[in-house]
Structures are given as C-alpha cells and as structure tokens.
Write a protein that binds this ligand. Sequence first.
Ligand SMILES: Cc1ncc(COP(=O)(O)O)c(C=O)c1O
Length: 343
Amino acid sequence: MNFRDGLVESIGNTPLIKLKKASELTGCTILGKAEFMNPGQSVKDRAALGIIRDAIAKKQIEPGGVIVEGTAGNTGIGLALVAAPFGFKTVIVIPETQSQEKKDMLRLAGATLVEVPAVAYANPNNYVKVSGRLAQEIAKTAPHGAIWANQFDNVANRQAHIDTTGPEIWDQTDGKVDGFVSAVGTGGTFAGVGMALKARNKDVKIALADPLGAALYSYYTTGELKAEGSSITEGIGQGRITANLEDAPVDHAFQITDEEAVPIVFDLLEHEGLCLGGSSGINIAGAIRLAKELGPGHTIVTILCDYGTRYQSKLFNPDFLRSKNLPVPAWLEARADVPNVLV
Ligand SMILES: Cc1ncc(COP(=O)(O)O)c(C=O)c1O
C-alpha cells in the first residue's frame, strides 16, 4: 500500500511542473513547484507545520493550547488545518482587504477570525502587531499555553524551507537547477530555498521577484527600503527586512507589475490548465526575466504559491479587474457569467 499517514505527512513533496509557454519563450526549462497541491492549497502549509513543530519541541504549547497569528490568509489556513490533528485552537488576525474565499476557508477550518483594517506595519493597529498583543493577552489565561506564530520573524518558518522545499527542488532537478526565483511575503520561502540551494551549489542564482508596493527591489538594488505603487497580488510585498530575510542570498532582483504578472496567470489557466493565484504570476514573470538574463539552456525553478479558486472574487472577477484598470480576457468574461465555472 502507498499512502501518507495523515495530514502532516501530506504536506510537501509537491511535484515540479514544467511551464510550457514560459519555457518555449525563453529556451530555458522553467519549472513551477506546485505548492498549491499541499492540503491547505498553498506553500504556507510548510511554514505552519514548521512553526507548530518548533513550538511543541520547545514545550511552549500542549493539546488544547492556542495558536495566534496575523496572516494574509494562507498561513492561517495552514495553521488551522495542522492544528486539528494536534488538538490546538487557532485565532487569526487578517486584514479586511483579503479575499472572501480565504476568510471563508479560515472559518471552515475552525479558526476564530479577527478582521482589522489594512494599515501599514508602522501603525500599532497593523494586523501583525494586533496579533502579537492578542497572543500575549490570551497567554495570560490559556491553561494549555498560547503562542504567537509570528511567521515574519520566527525563523522556524524559513527552516521549514531549508529542510524541505530546497532539498526537494535539488533532488527533483538532480542538482541541475541554475536559478531560483521567488517573491517575498515573510521571506521564509525565498530565503529558505535560496540558502538550501546555495549550500549545495554556490553558483545557483537566487532572484527576487518583487511586486509594486513592496520595498525589497529598491533595497536589494540601492540599499534603501523604498516602495511605490501597489499590486492586486496577495500574500507578498514586504516593506522591511524580516528575521526570515536576514542573510538571504540575493543575486538578482526584478520589479514586476500586475500588468506583466496577471496575463501570465490567465494564460496558464487558458492554455495549460493551471489555476493559480496572483503571486504565482509575479514569480513566473520573475523566472522569465531571470531566464532572459541567464540565456537559453538553463533550468529555473519558481514557486506556484497557491490555487486560483481562492481569488475568484478578485483576480478572476472581470468587474474587479476593470476597477483596477487591468485588461479582462474575453474568455474570462464568458466563463465568469457561468456560476461556479471555476470551482
Ligand atoms: C499567496 C502567497 N504567495 C506567496 C507568499 C510568500 O511566501 P513567504 O511568506 O514564504 O515569503 C505567501 C505568504 O503568505 C502567500 O500567501
């Protein structure tokens, strides 16, 4: 018999999928790590499991305990799902601007949701800061312990990628990977995979793909944290150097607009049957840019972060796209008329 022993064992070991058009366009082999195939449908299941295992090992929490986190959604979904078999409860603080689909999934997974206005990190009412204070409050009375997952500055997050995602990519490419490209939310994926690959071959090129509204492209090209513009993508776009990002190897940095990334997401659904969220579009656009810099014949890996059905009300909604002055493909207009066509 061939089976995985429950949810925890089902996280990771995702396939690498060749992205046909991106590969043809560049003469490189561009591979997407299919993180949307994790049980919670995103790359964040790995971080959630890593953070929970670390807290258990440090005896910070026991069954019946509470995990508190501020998240754009995917980490919360991962935490809530992983919490179930361990017997933990989850309290999730989320910016109200995040998609309804993610909020619905969080509630379904058993999380208690606290919605807060989307304000900058410097503001004390920012979702990350609210979640830290809430964790302290809950810990005062929780009989079985309460932890703040603190995905941005808890390096158990990036350790999960050093231990799993990076080695998987190395093994799946037989060590022939030439470049890795990723956007940054917490930086766990970017830094963890980058470190794991560099440890195996220092010549592997690590590239950042940064959306507008994030400050890291500016930081890695000029040394100054400076952000301009905005992006409809969710879960990525960082304004500071988180603990997970410290000492991350960075060989190239690309700034990617929604106008560049969103058509890639649509094209993959129309022609390759891959239904992805917006951050995957930023990543693939970055992979194409790196392929053009390295030249034909190279193998470049990026992350397909989460599944597109999480964004039917936004990225795949013609009215939303028009409100953001983004082009709407005719086929999407037709498909969006049919209820539940993407489910
Ligand atoms: C959809 C999506 N893409 C990418 C990321 C970025 O991953 P990381 O936090 O490892 O930088 C996240 C993080 O929440 C996400 O939700």
